[in-house]
Ligand binder design. Sequence first.
Ligand code: RUQ
Ligand code: CUA
Length: 641
Amino acid sequence: MFERLALMKRLFAGVLILTMLAFLAGCGGPEGQRGRAGKGAGRSDVTDAALKTYVPPGDLDEYYLFYSGGHSGQVFVAGVPSMRHISTIPVFSPYPGTGYGFDNETKEMLGDYTWGDSHHPGFSETDGEYDGRWLFINDNAQGRIARIDLRDFKTKQIMTIPHISANHGSSFVTPNTEYITMATRMSVPFPEGTYADITEYARKYKGVIAGIKVDPENGHMSLAWEVLMPPFNYDLGDAGKGVSDGWLFWTCYNSEREFIEGGKLEVTASQKDKDFMIMLNWREAEKAIAAGKFKTYKGAKVIDPAKAPGVVYFVGLAKSPHGVDVSPSGQWIIGSGKLSPTTTVFNFEKILKAIENEDFEDTVDGIPVVTYESVREAEIPVGLGPLHTQFDNRGNAYTSLFIESAIVKWKLPPYAPGDAADAKKMEKYVLEKIPVAYNIGHLVTAEGDSRSPDGNYMVALNKLSKGRHISVGPSIPESAQLIDISGDKMKLLYDAFTEPEPHYALMIKADKIKTIEVYKKDEWPANKNAIWTPEETSVKRNGRNVTVKMIAVRSFFAPDVIRVNQGDRVTVHLTNIEQTRDELHGFAINAYNINIVADPGETKSVTFKANKPGVYAFYCTNFCSALHQEMQGYLLVKPKG
Ligand code: RUQ
Ligand code: CUA
């Protein structure tokens, strides 16, 4: 039986791939041709598109687009509608351009790691609206999450928590930033570090969902609770809002709970018709913790849902789902099964009622499964490979279709009575499709995860952009396509190309972000090693430790000569005493792999062992004035003996 099923799945997967290839072949135009605007897939009205995206020199963009950099470990920033990439925020990977990962503070934050897989940015929110304070981003490679401060666009905290082996189900933010989430993508034996053979997968391997508390004053993240889950793969999520405030949602795949050696997860995890959507009541999780219904493992307070009823529920969802998205009102929860041509709309009011009436169809590891038929509002025939859904301000939803390489626009409920029961009748609620180039993953609309999306711009994040740019070799750049959704018809406006590899993006009104211009003397962030005058500079020895307090200002370092002995442990605290915006200074000694950069008013520290004797020049890396080339000095390392 299983063999036959497996074969069918394989055939189905084959058909999917063929369909995908057919679409690709249909889309791919001749490469390297100029002037093909208006031809082929993804055409646009050139004049209209140019007028809507051209931001003349000196003018500013209306929105920031923050898009994740995948396994580059970074977050990229672009302006919308120009789509110009304006900044890179290093998060999980060192970035020599800003000295990130070279100074003591960021080195410590990165720990032993030199990369991560940044996936889903989430803005801090106040009352369900983006408030422009922080951006959170998860690491899909590990149980880590980071916070970026939007006053200076810098990563301020990277948090690692135990028991989550790959944090994909993250970083979804609740309406008042009470929590951000984490969830296991690839289950491992619990607790972390336990050894159990893969044959014990179903029993000993576990998934974990975590609630990360955010300090409303300073954004500091701390682990509040974890919930032990069956060994599924927890995928994407979203936070409830409005009527669903207080709840968190995730999709999962491999609810078959097996990993068969050599069995191909793509096959074994596609056996059942439905996987699950997870619904977690975080206020109930808080109560369970307060009532002591948890056990502590490696410092984490872990709730077993079988012993804390009311915290977690499941509901069936079309198989191998990816995205789950909560509508602006919070009432409609939209889940998409990658292998289903429909997307499912759940009615959260019905979910609450079903939970209240204990209208359950099953129980899995003590977690009740809400009866699907009781809570499903409708299934929308959106098309092939639905992944993610975003929203506008006119009651429409936009779902990315990976296999069709398109975005489909459809109407959110309410629907005419009786229509939802008849698949044919639902077709009229599917309003329009726009092809994208080509296979789309995520999409984002302006302020699309907030309670009040703006309904003007949408960006499609595509996996490849064959034939859309001059060739750069075997790897085809990812594309980000800007689409105008303000009218009745979606209109393609602009193709931009991105570094590997965006998984999600967020778009926020530019005026919501209030950046600082310089780190003001004696103001945030206070650094105990800061000095502000040449008189305070020093080179002090304490045994084998040498501490240098140095200033950088146009266009010199003081001191400009550092004398140490071979084997000394040297710490340089460099303060850039400039109070003029964009007057950055670097401090670099390549032989010692030192490359730190201090923004105006900032102090950075670097510690190294002076184990190579000789004379090493140091210099300022950032062009700072006409005499920038002269901004240099010497490190003299006197040989032993
Ligand atoms: S995921 S598309 Cu994290 Cu959708 Cu990659
Ligand atoms: Cu300072 Cu160049």
